[in-house]
Design a protein around this ligand. Sequence first.
Ligand SMILES: [Zn+2]
Length: 343
Amino acid sequence: MIVSYKCWGVLFFSWITLVATSDLAAQDSIISVTAEKGDGIYSLLRKQGVNPYKYFDDFIALNLNNLRDSTHLYEGRTYKLPPILKLDSLETSPDEITSVHKILYPIFGKKHAETEIKSKRLSGTIYYLVSGHGGPDPGSVTSYANTSISEDEYAYDVTLRLAKELISHGAIVYVIIRDANDGIRDKRILEMDTDEVVYPKEQIPLNHIKRLKQRTEVINKLYLQHSGKYRRLIVTHVDSRSSGQNIDVFFYHHKKSKAGKKLAESIHKTFKEKYKKYQPNREYSGTFSDRNLYLVKNTSPPMAYIEIGNIRNKKDLRRIVYPVNRQALAEWIAEGALLDFEN
Ligand SMILES: [Zn+2]
C-alpha cells in the first residue's frame, strides 16, 4: 500500500524533474543558498528575490534529493536556486513583462494570470471545462492536516491549470465553473468556499438535478454559438467510485459519440504512456469506457469525463494535495487533448 503512494510521488516528481532539468541544462551559473532555521521553500526563494510561486516546481526539481517528503528543507543544508530571468524578479510589475506572447487572465489568480502563448497547435479549437460540483455543493469532503477539504476545490485547481495549458497552445477556453477570487493555488490545503458560479456568473442552485441542468444548458448554448468549430468538453471529478482500491485515473465518454470516445481514448492513452515511461514497474489500471451520467448524457459537445482519483482515498489524497502533481495531471490531460486534435 505504501509502495503505491510512493510510486505516485516518484512518478510525478521524476517527470517534473526530467522536464525541468532539460530546460535548465542549457543555462549556466546555478547559485546556491543555505537554508536557515525556520526556512521553507517559499521564504527561502522570497529572501533571494525570486518569485516563489513561479519557481517552486523548478526549485523542487533541482533539489529533489535534498528535501524531506519532497517539499521540506533541512536547516543548514545548501540548495540550488533555479536560474532566474531578470523579468521574474518580484519587483517587476505584471504590466511590464506582458508582451505579445503573454496574456493576462485574472481567473488564474495574481501569480498565475500571465499566460505565455507557446504555440498555435490548438488554434481554432474551443474547450468547455467543467470542474465537478461547486457553489453550495462541495462534492466529496475529507480532512487533511486537521482541516476539512473538498473535492470541488481540487477539481477546480486542476481545471484551471488545464485551461492555462490549452490556452498556451492557442485554444479558446471556457471555464464553466468559476471562482473570481481563487485562481491557481500552489498550496496543499485549498480552502473550501461556496462562491463559485456558472459561466458567465450564474449562482449555482443546491438541488442536484437543477445544478446539473444549469451547467448543461450553459454548455449547450455556447456549443450552438460556436457551430462549425472543433469543440470539446472536459469534465473533472475527484470522487471516483472505486475508493479503497488501487486507484488510477478513469475516463468516460458518451456511448454514441465517436469524437467523444476518441478524446477520452487519447487522454487515456497519454496517461498509459506516461506510466510506462516514468513508472515501468507499476501497472496502470485506469480504464476508459462509456457511462450513463447526467452530464455525459445531456451535453452536446464531444466530451471526456475524467475522475482523477478519489479525494477520500488516502493515497489519492496525498497525491492530489501536492500542487506539482495537480500540474502534472493537467499537463497530461492537455497532452491527450493535443493528441486527439492533431490526429
Ligand atoms: Zn464529483
